[in-house]
Design a protein around this ligand. Structure first.
Ligand code: C5P
Length: 225
């Protein structure tokens, strides 16, 4: 259990499991500041793409992450470029490197310990961090840990529909293969792989609506806080 006065909720899980939507809704309901840590990794992925560095060049990618470390701000995470699937794939490749993960550690821990004010609301009552290794590495003492997942085919269908609704030309098979590759990379990397913390509550959203997943998460959180 976290001893600080501001509670921390760690939410980890797979891509398109519904955790992003869940975190935003939990943040609004509880008055907690939310950090989507995937955006930090996406930012590095996009920088690597824009500078033309080989994503397999661990030293060069790590240097980019270390350069960014000192200047990182929450505002940068609003860049719409970060939402592309290309950014997600690059994030998953460059996020494998220990030096990249190390460069992003302090920013995430600082957010958890000192959640920023919420626009139009004021002081945050706590922090929610959404990621892959929050409950295991970033905030192992979090007050509540939840691991969200869903069947791969269901997640691929969700992402496919989302991309279609945005008018992005893509096939279901391509989305499925990309998501499968990303799952493998995220869970098999040696540095901070995606895995549920031993004390995490697991929610499988395969057969759940967003409302059902939210109700389940809120009941876990209310029991714990
Ligand atoms: O959650 P999102 O899809 O934005 O994450 C993009 C990629 O960034 C993930 O597939 C994962 O490889 C990486 N990531 C990570 N650790 C986090 C958050 C994201 O490795 N805490």
């Amino acid at each position: 259990m976290q001893q600080s006065s501001t509670p921390v909720i760690a939410i980890d899980g797979t891509a398109a499991s519904g955790k992003g939507t869940l975190c935003r809704r939990l943040g609004q309901t509880l008055g907690f500041a939310v950090l989507d840590t995937g955006k930090l990794y996406r930012l590095i992925g996009i920088r690597v793409l824009n500078t033309g560095i080989d994503p397999q060049d661990e030293d060069a990618v790590t240097q980019i992450a270390q350069g960014l470390q000192t200047s990182l701000s929450l505002d940068e995470l609003n860049d719409p470029q970060l939402q592309s699937d290309e950014a997600g794939t690059m994030a998953s490749i460059t996020g494998q490197y220990a030096g990249v993960r190390q460069a992003l550690l302090d920013f995430q821990r600082h957010f958890a310990a000192h959640p920023p004010e919420i626009a139009g609301i004021g002081a945050a009552k706590g922090a929610i961090l959404d990621g892959r290794d929050i409950g295991t590495v970033i905030a192992p003492d979090a007050d509540v840990k939840i691991f969200i997942t869903a069947d791969l085919q269901i997640r691929a269908k969700r992402r496919y529909k989302e991309l279609q609704s945005q008018g992005i030309p893509v096939t279901y098979d391509a989305v499925f293969e990309d998501m499968k590759a990303r799952d493998v990379r995220d869970s098999s990397r040696s540095s901070a792989p995606m895995l549920p913390a031993e004390d995490a509550h697991q929610i499988d959203t395969s057969d759940m609506t967003i409302d059902q997943a939210f109700d389940k998460a809120i009941s876990i959180i209310n029991d714990a806080l």
